[in-house]
Write a protein that binds this ligand. Structure first.
Ligand SMILES: [Zn+2]
Length: 466
């Protein structure tokens, strides 16, 4: 029987072990999409305790606690940090076979050198030991980043953000390159016209451009896009149910925008046209600047109205949706490609039924200008686990070139999540190791090892051009 979570965790053959330990392990990390708060990086703050680091913002853990019958008071409520950690520790033994079980123990090992299994019996010792460490200089946020050999982090930022924390990081210097990402979801969210109007006013204020027409709005947003570029941004990111690619005319969008500004209701058809126009425009700017654009497609958000009104969005009430992806995605990419204005693009699907769709869609728009120009992104959110990542890697291998993949990203809100890159690399090495052991790949460790290193780091380094 193999030992739990030892040095050869997930590495089931001698070849897989060699690939991981000799090639993958030491490669630096590029985390090109996450939700880490730049203010905390700029301040290089310390967490008071492990609850603060683990449980304040991680809705993956919150969902597990709720599923385990824990009262909300101990999750997002007013229980003490110690009480919350105790409830999490009592939940952990029940998370077995969920990635949280592996992540939790990997993080205890990698950051704190703790090999114990976290339970309701030893929670206090682990709380005290980790919290004491987290308060030291060696465990400040930038020290945590450095400890994991992270070279680049891309945060996720709203166009109206003034990027002051990124500016402070740039001025003070940091242990890694910390760059913003342009995420304009709210700028096109005409599903809620009054909220969009408030947002448009904010864009106008921050850009200093009065917005009386759609053209003004685009000018104001372009001003923010330029501002982001001036502050080191090289990627955009979009979280959408699906790509919108309706036909529209400029006159139509002008009329729809006037209705929005008058706080009038718009029809569903008008909503789709408006979103289509916005998405297209963002993509044109991304191409002009040579940015990488990312599309996270397929989440069905805010399913629980009672929880949403009590706790707000991003608190653990989202799931995989069953939106149609293929036709509009094809039309959108084709429209950009037809004028040679399609920039480097990463597509992420949340519904695993779309794996093959994504893996084959990317092949339609690779034009030889750059290797892996259109990417099928790594298993994301609910698919960010052994089975989901394995399926993504196998689908990409079968229908595209896994050798040109830009690898893993955490998409995390926690500074203790970087071992997910290790998790991905172990799975990757195990797949290639199996193929060599089975005679399906030649026993050329040097070549396969190079490919492993490319997927782990080199491809992303080249692709994003940092
Ligand atoms: Zn994300």
């Amino acid at each position: 029987m193999k030992k739990f979570l030892d040095e050869n965790f997930l590495l089931q053959s001698a070849t897989a072990q060699k690939l991981y330990h000799d090639y993958a392990k030491e490669m630096p990390i590029i985390d090109y999409h996450c939700h880490l708060p730049p203010d905390q990086i700029a301040a290089d703050m310390n967490f008071n305790n492990i609850t603060h680091a683990w449980l304040y913002g991680d809705h993956y853990k919150w969902r597990a606690m709720r599923a385990n019958g824990v009262n909300e008071r101990f999750i997002t409520g007013n229980a003490s940090d110690e009480e919350k950690f105790q409830k999490w520790a009592e939940t952990v033994p029940y998370t077995l076979r969920n990635p949280l079980y592996h992540w939790t123990h990997l993080e205890l090992q990698r950051y704190f050198g703790i090999d114990a299994i976290l339970t309701g019996d030893n929670w206090k010792e682990i709380y005290d030991e980790t919290s004491a460490k987290l308060q030291t200089k060696e465990f400040s946020i930038q020290s945590l980043i450095k400890r994991m050999n992270v070279k680049v982090i891309c945060t996720t930022d709203d166009p109206i953000d003034n990027l002051e924390h990124h500016q402070k990081i740039a001025k003070d210097g940091a242990v890694a390159k910390i760059a913003p990402a342009f995420r304009p979801d709210k700028a096109m969210h005409a599903d809620d016209v009054p909220a969009l109007n408030i947002y448009i006013d904010k864009v106008a204020a921050v850009s200093g451009i009065e917005v009386n027409s759609f053209e003004d709005y685009l000018n104001a947003l372009k001003n923010r896009h330029d501002y982001f570029a001036a502050n080191g941004c090289q990627v955009s990111d979009h979280g959408l149910e699906q790509i919108y690619a309706e036909d529209y005319t400029d006159a139509e969008i002008g009329t729809i925008f006037k209705k929005i500004r008058a706080n009038e209701a718009i029809t569903y058809s008008e909503l789709l046209k408006f979103k289509s126009a916005m998405l297209y425009q963002f993509a044109i700017w991304d191409h002009e600047k040579g940015w990488v654009q990312q599309y996270h497609l397929g989440a069905l958000r805010n399913n629980n109205a009672r929880a949403l009104s009590n706790l707000g969005p991003d608190t653990g009430w989202d799931s995989i949706g069953d939106f149609s992806q293929g036709v509009t995605l094809s039309k959108f990419l084709n429209r950009l490609d037809s004028t040679d204005q399609l920039t480097k693009t990463i597509l992420y699907n949340l519904n695993p039924r779309d794996n093959e769709l994504m893996a084959t869609m990317i092949g339609n728009f690779n034009d030889g200008s750059v290797a892996g120009k259109i990417q099928f992104g790594s298993g994301w959110w609910f698919l960010d686990q052994k089975d989901g990542m394995t399926k993504q890697l196998n689908t990409l291998s079968n229908m595209g070139l896994v050798s040109q993949m830009v690898g893993m990203l955490t998409d995390s809100r926690s500074f203790l999540s970087f071992p997910r890159h290790e998790y991905f690399r172990r799975i990757l090495c195990n797949l290639f190791g199996d193929d060599i052991e089975n005679g399906e790949l030649p026993n050329d460790i040097e070549w396969v090892g190079k490919i492993i290193q490319d997927i782990s780091y080199n491809n992303a380094q080249k692709y994003f051009n940092w």
